[in-house]
Design a protein around this ligand. Structure first.
Ligand code: GLC
Length: 734
């Protein structure tokens, strides 16, 4: 059902020249970080229509916490916000209650500082490990993504402020994001790239949705009524409003027709274009009326409209304490040879630039202006460890000197400054191995919007990083001492080529401002790690089907957008629904660490898996008992995968359909968890019928400690095929 929405004629071509592109809207209104009226540093505001009794709403980033200017001219007080752990760490906690609480705290800061809508959560799928914004997103799996997004949206909105789930849709990487056309099958869209958004819309009713920069199967998402009306509103019942990403899309009139209600940040050129189109009759006013109606429905429940007076005094102390706890709950113990961890307080040699320059979050709009970040040495010292002072001085001196050589960052959007890994002299290494009880090495990665990561010296470790791990391991193992690596990263890196050199690997992700304390809490055993991977760690980047054709192919002439010149590009998601573990399981590719993997300082036994019935009738309930079979208290994440019959469609071997996390189980203590699979859980998307269909046949429920560590399984049958839900045909590939 393609719509021929009225195209506003492009401006007359310069005499003899090629038709000029629709001019990018002049930044009339505030743009990211420059809103100086109500809340300096916020990303934007809606138009000021005070004479109509319609106040200006303030919208501000981002997914890891409120991003506003921490200081204001003429003000002595500060306006810091809490830098919470990144979305991928939240997902790695597999703890929906914890994520809800994070949303409560985040949303209370949004309200306290007088902001109406937080521009988050980010929830695009981790399709390719090099995606520059993967840290802002939850997972490679749409179900985990949707459930996490729904929890944090409920928490944020419980404060009476709004959210903007983003970027709708299929904005899975950054290269040429304003121009790229993502070509993807309707089935892969429905099952993978839209599924998380469907869950959050249906379960949490976000006030707004942010359309993405890119095109999907031809049209810009912000100009496509099939996406913004047919799917989002007609199929899913979305009742809020849609805003563009900043300067997103090209044709303002088409955006109005498509149901992209708000153009952000908004510019005079867009206003002029729309007025002219309405006056010419190209743009029926009814579309504008619909958009205004949807906007007013949200404005009238906003804190600003309801006369809320910002306190400017959120409970930053309380939020920081919970951010520390949350961070430790999402860290993933990847390796722990011979119970290397937890480590009792002892002299430690701390290696790696990032040990002294921890990455609390990513760059770009997903960053936060926090008051402080706890360093690793400070966190370790606070936990009773003695950090080798000589090494600390060497590193801190080196880092300062190296950064002094770098040009100042033009803005928080600028790519992060990467300092080459410092080489350790043999004499310093020898001394460190003699005077310390163990070694800690931090490998860090930082990325952000506007750019994707690289394969060499990024996904794969640099030569200097490999050398450091090899040298430190050799020196400390020669003394019978252990080596632990911290992965302070926002996206997947390669581990298989070096992990056998070390005794322990703790994936800290980007843990927010309490980083050093949270890491020390896990290293010391104050917190028993319970995180599990929300995204696969592959042996080789090239093994990933999503590596083929990444990051897309440019074509055609250069287009002058005024602020920069670009070319059209496109990428085909040729792997369809086989993304992440769905691909690796199907192709029998052994990951370095599989989706759902994560170790504990204790062990858990699974028993008594029972299904409510061997024959499916409306739903099936699975119960399973988990017992702490180790020596210390801990929490276990239980994952429920479903293997479905695939006669009419090729299907993944198994897909995540439910999960739960136990409470803190003491040694010997058990907990029984219950999971219910409804009819929709059994379905795949049948493009021909445009319906969610459950095939007749045998289904296998797989209870896993990870996607590959299946502890129990049981079958049920569906006697006859069920068409569980019909939806509109939409978003066909060109
Ligand atoms: C940025 C980002 C979006 C952000 C917005 C406002 O370009 O893509 O995530 O919310 O603009 O800062």
């Amino acid at each position: 059902m393609g719509m021929n929405f009225p195209m506003v004629p492009a401006p007359a071509p310069a005499a003899g020249g090629t038709p000029a592109a629709t001019p990018a809207p002049a930044p009339q209104g505030p743009v990211v970080g420059t809103t100086q009226q109500k809340v300096p540093g916020a990303a934007g505001t809606t138009a000021n229509l005070a004479d109509l009794g319609i106040p200006t709403l303030v919208v501000a980033d981002g997914p890891a916490g409120l991003r506003i200017s921490p200081t204001r001219p003429g003000e002595t007080r500060t306006f810091y916000a809490t830098a919470f752990p990144i979305a991928t760490l939240l997902a790695a906690s597999w703890d929906l209650d914890l994520v809800y609480q994070t949303g409560l705290d985040m949303g209370s800061e949004v309200k306290a500082y007088g902001v109406d809508v937080l521009l988050g959560p980010g929830m695009n799928i981790h399709r390719n490990p090099l995606g520059g914004r993967n840290f802002e997103y939850f997972s490679e799996d749409p179900y985990l993504t949707g459930k996490m997004a729904a929890s944090i949206v409920k928490g944020i909105q419980a404060n009476g402020v709004g959210t903007s789930v983003k970027h709708f849709a299929a904005n899975n990487h950054e290269t040429n994001r304003n121009m790229i056309n993502v070509k993807v099958s309707p089935r892969a869209l429905r099952e993978i790239y839209l599924r998380g958004f469907e869950i959050v819309v249906r379960e949490a009713a976000p006030w707004t949705v942010m359309s993405s920069y890119n095109k999907v199967n031809g049209p810009y998402t912000s100009e496509n009524p099939e996406l913004l009306k047919t799917v989002l509103r007609d199929d899913w019942g979305f009742k809020g409003f849609v805003m563009t990403d900043w300067f997103g899309g090209r044709n303002a009139a088409a955006q109005m027709v498509a149901g992209n209600d708000l153009l952000m940040p908004g510019g005079q050129a867009q206003m002029d274009t729309l007025l002219a189109a309405v006056r010419r009759g190209d743009l029926p006013e009814k579309y504008i009326d619909e958009n205004v109606d949807r906007m007013l429905n949200i404005i009238r429940v906003s804190p600003t409209f309801l006369g809320h007076q910002p306190s400017n005094n959120p409970d930053l102390k309380g939020h920081a304490e919970r951010a520390r706890k949350t961070a430790s709950e999402g860290m993933v113990l990847l390796k722990n040879e011979a119970a290397t961890l937890p480590a009792k307080p002892q002299p430690v040699a701390v290696f790696g630039n990032y040990s002294y320059d921890l990455v609390s979050g990513g760059t770009g709009s997903g960053d936060v202006n926090e008051a402080y970040t706890i360093s690793l040495p400070d966190g370790l010292s606070g936990a009773g460890f003695t950090v080798d002072a000589g090494l600390r001085t060497l590193y801190e001196t080196y880092i300062v000197a190296e950064k002094a050589k770098q040009p100042p960052r033009r803005s928080f959007f600028a790519p992060p400054v990467i300092v080459p890994e410092m080489a350790i002299l043999p004499k310093d290494l020898k001394k460190a191995a003699s005077t310390n009880a163990m070694a800690i090495i931090t490998i860090g990665r930082i990325a952000g919007e506007g750019g994707d990561r690289k394969v060499q010296d990024d996904y794969y470790l640099s030569a200097a990083e490999k050398q450091l791990i090899a040298d430190v391991s050799k020196a400390f193992h020669a003394k019978g001492k252990k080596v632990v690596v911290m992965l302070n990263i926002g996206g997947v890196i390669e581990t298989a080529s070096w992990r056998d050199l070390v005794d322990g690997i703790l994936l800290t992700w980007l843990p927010g401002q309490e980083a050093g304390n949270a890491i020390a809490d896990v290293l010391s055993g104050k917190v028993n790690p319970s995180g599990k991977l929300p995204t696969s760690f592959l042996v080789k980047y090239e093994d990933d089907p999503a590596a083929e054709g990444f990051p897309g192919q440019e074509y055609g002439p250069e287009i002058d957008l005024g602020r920069r010149k670009v070319r059209a590009s496109e990428i085909t998601y040729q792997e369809g629904v086989f993304v992440g573990y769905r691909a690796f399981d199907k192709r029998n590719i052994a990951p370095a660490y599989e989706f759902g993997h994560g170790l504990s300082y204790t062990t858990f036994g699974y028993s008594d898996l029972k299904l409510s019935s061997p024959a499916f009738s409306g739903s099936v309930t699975a119960t399973v008992t988990v017992t702490n079979t180790g020596k210390v208290a801990g929490r276990e994440v239980v994952q429920v995968y479903l293997a479905a019959p695939g006669k009419t469609m090729e299907k993944p071997l198994a897909e995540l359909k439910a999960f739960g996390k136990t409470g803190l189980l003491q040694p010997g203590q058990s907990e029984t968890l219950t999971f219910t699979l409804d009819a929709r859980s059994l379905t795949s998307f049948d493009e021909g019928r445009s319906a969610w269909v459950a095939e007749a046949g045998t289904y296998t429920v797989k209870i896993g400690a990870s996607s590959r560590d299946i502890r129990a399984q049981a079958n049920f049958t569906l006697a006859t095929e069920q068409v569980v839900e019909r939806v509109n045909k939409a978003l066909e590939m060109e």
